[in-house]
Design a protein around this ligand. Sequence first.
Ligand SMILES: *Cc1c(COP(=O)(O)O)cnc(C)c1O
Length: 407
Amino acid sequence: MSEQARNTFYSGLQEKLIGLREQGLFKPERVLASRQGAQVTSEDGRTLINMCANNYLGLSGQEWVAQASIDATERYGYGLSSVRFICGTQTVHKELERAISAFLGTEDTILYAAAFDANGGVFEPLFDENDAIISDALNHASIIDGIRLCKAARFRYAHNDMADLEKQLQAAADKRHKIIVTDGVFSMDGTIAQLDRIVALAEQYGALVMIDECHASGFMGKTGRGTHEHHDVVGKIDIITGTLGKALGGAMGGFTSGRKEVIETLRQKSRPYLFSNTLAPSIAGASLEVLKRLSGSTELRDRLHENTAYFRRRIEEIGFIIKPGTHPVVPVMLFEAPVAQKFAARMFELGVLLSGFFYPVVPMGQARVRVQLSAAHTREQLDQVLAAFEQAGKELGIIPTTTPSQN
Ligand SMILES: *Cc1c(COP(=O)(O)O)cnc(C)c1O
């Protein structure tokens, strides 16, 4: 490469980075100096209540989870230096796969280093140019990438739109196998996919169904099994992908679960499984312990839903507009991007960590801060957060400075 070509390469990157900053699209990283949890310490020593982790069950920083990972490390060592099929499968990996299958109500499960890999490696081995993948327009980036790696025909239906899904099923009628793919829960709005209706359409049109349960496994449904339990369609979903990096412990790791012949095919053909290292035994052991606890008690799941209901009710009483729903993702609508930015910054000063979202992450005019509840939040912490919302809301003129009863 000539010196000049090198220079234009690097200066081109610099310009793009400057452009991102100028457009307000640059994503800085917040550095924590503590464990993850309901309360965290930032690098500069400030204590913050954390309202933006996917730590739904509050397990990320939990002592017993950390201890389970230490125990697994002592028994199984630090790592395997191998992919699964050469010499990278330990009893703990097989136990975890069985435990996930039992938890989800499926036949078998395959582990990946991340749900991103699970989604990236699920389509190409199972579907080819004779088949059709029918995907919700707002599905996660990893699903979109996974579909790109596969030769099947692609059909996209408008987000959560069952009439359009039906249209796409009709458009795909001449394909051999069809699969409908959706996030079980969409993380921007906390929207829960209408799995009862999706399963009914799938039965009518002879399609398979796949759900990505990253924002559902561990706490959706009455015993926390996921969106399929929430909508009472356990046993009717063909493929479930999910993460160990959110509610189920919070470290990392992913899985695909379903019928034996699907999972066995993936073990033979799925590239992120075949060509990437085994999940660390510390994570497998701790995840196993998490699933044992969650199978024995709904206490954490129940506390999460209590916290969610409390927060959703109180934030509306204070005068904020939220997207209605029941999921612990609570979008507090501020509509204009500069307002969302100012609001998140003011909340940070008031000791609350949350994230602002604006175009192009969400549609124009739909800027918001996204609150994520956790079972680990105490009532006192939630009241502190609500008081900060009220203060910042009044300061920025988002809610009236007098309460309705004073009018
Ligand atoms: C977070 C997320 C993923 C990726 O999970 P990782 O295990 O962190 O790779 C995939 N799909 C959805 C819907 C997610 O929210």
